[in-house]
Design a protein around this ligand. Sequence first.
Ligand SMILES: Cc1ncc(COP(=O)(O)O)c(C=O)c1O
Length: 376
Amino acid sequence: MDIYAVRLDRAYEKHKEEYDAKALEVLRSGSYICGRELAGFEEAFASYLGVSHCVGVNSGLDALRITFRVLGLGPGDEVLVQGNTFIAGFMGISDCGATPVAVEPDAYYGIDPADLEKKITSRTRAVLATHLFGMMTPMEPIVSLCEKHGLLLVEDCAQAHGASERGKKAGSFGYASCFSFYPTKNLGGFGDGGAIVTNDASFAEKCRIFRNNGSEKKYCNAVVGVNSRLDELQAGLLRIRLKYLDEMNAERSALAARYTNEIRNPLLRLPGIRPDVYNVWHQYVVRCRERDALQRYLHENGVHTLIHYPIPAHLSEAYAYLGLQPGSLPVTEALSDTVLSLPIYNEMSFEEQSYVIGLLNAFAPDGRGGEAGNRR
Ligand SMILES: Cc1ncc(COP(=O)(O)O)c(C=O)c1O
């Protein structure tokens, strides 16, 4: 049996008629940029999240870049960001000239609030809190640290559409929050896309102008902006997908619960679940000291997995200029060496998941492992 880490075709097939009809409708409309599909999607997504404004852009990275630029951050400013995040978090910060300052993650792949507080300096202006793998980062302590130290809170929700803490959705805690609609995301489009959401009307308007070549009125350019608009085709298709987001997240949750209940190999450490949160399982990430052997073994048996992320951003070539050496973020670096993302996608069949679980429970690189207890 061949099982991919992610499959996108099945979720499309499930509502193919609706997607096909919308694509044709947009193609035939003659309106492709900043039309009624974008306005409709922005309104629907803001309302889904419980925020006032949504500004559709070209990608999650652009959402971050535009956010920090419009916030007015620049050289000399520091933004705290968790070290184990996708590198776009760092890039969104450094694009305006600010410095990303890496914070260690906690046991749930979110920000460690204690390390966050230790890293606040007189130059810290903001915190970028990422809900990695669809798992809520601990918002309560982060919100209060931001209030205590007068820091702007930005959320990176690229992997967490629909996740919540105590019923409040990811994206509704921050001053501004950034989303990606890259096809593999929980709310994935059929190409690139992203959005910024906020409750501040004036900030939203500035982002709207910035994404449109810095222009509010055609050929009247107020600021040096960028061209980063969510196009009509993506916006129209995302409006359809948004209707199914809760159902799709519930399906992912059921797949995650089954992994949690049925993986019994003591060599694997399963993801812990923080109380009072609804995680949306963008990834199901296990940890294993023999990670590379595990990945090889699964691959030899037709199961494809991913590593999020093999090189932490602070040790990447791109951020060598930060001058951080191996060992500077031991928790983050240990995760890079041990994490493995198991296949999880909408419409994954019971048999496919049984096959993966069977292989995981039988994994024993040197005679250890097998069906013993479940070590969390
Ligand atoms: C946590 C996180 N932030 C930002 C991004 C950037 O999104 P995009 O790929 O749409 O630029 C991603 C996408 O992979 C992500 O996972």
